[in-house]
Design a protein around this ligand. Sequence first.
Ligand code: DC
Length: 216
Amino acid sequence: MVIAIDGPAGSGKSTIAKLLAEKFTGRGGQEFTYINSGNLYRAITLACIRAKIDLRDSEKVLEFAKKLNISYKKTEVFLDGEDVTPLLHTDEIDRHAAPLSAIVPVRHIVNDLIRRLAQGRDIVVEGRDMTTVVFPDTPYRFYLDASADSRAKRRFEQGVSNLSLQEIKTTILQRDEIDKNKAEGSLKIADGVRYLDTSDLTIIQVYDKLKVEIDL
Ligand code: DC
């Protein structure tokens, strides 16, 4: 069973996807794996930065990405066996992951990895194109949205950014533009997906609304 969630940065997808996987694990003896597809793009970005690959050179990025040894265990991303998850949410990676994720063949590497991870497993997966490209046929597809102001506020309150609230809002809007204008895997509200605006909802309220849509 695949529960797929898409939405822009800061819409609450990661928190909700993780919570669904936790709460649904154990029901009926099933174990749900939470997959954060954005973290895979972030891990490739981190590896490029470390290797001093010019992130504007898509040929070089692709050549390098093909050789990377990326794996995903439980909720953590590993690069050559190193758990890099705690290193993925810096301002620098926020900035570079968006253009990197617009490189179409890099998207294919990430999507193949996600499909392999999903084989034989129950998963809750979130990103930008999980409901449109990677798992368009799953009956459990959700789009979480929120206003730019509330998304910026959430990111600011996480305390992981050195930017001001206004700067965070500006970068969020820039990332939205990149996400919505990708040649492949662009962020969009798929036909038949269940849409939820989370701007004024708590995590538990969002969870309760999604839970009733999933007949487990
Ligand atoms: O969800 P996030 O902000 O951690 O994602 C990091 C970057 O990767 C962001 O710029 C959007 C991009 N992304 C994507 O293009 N497709 C996905 N399925 C997930 C993330």
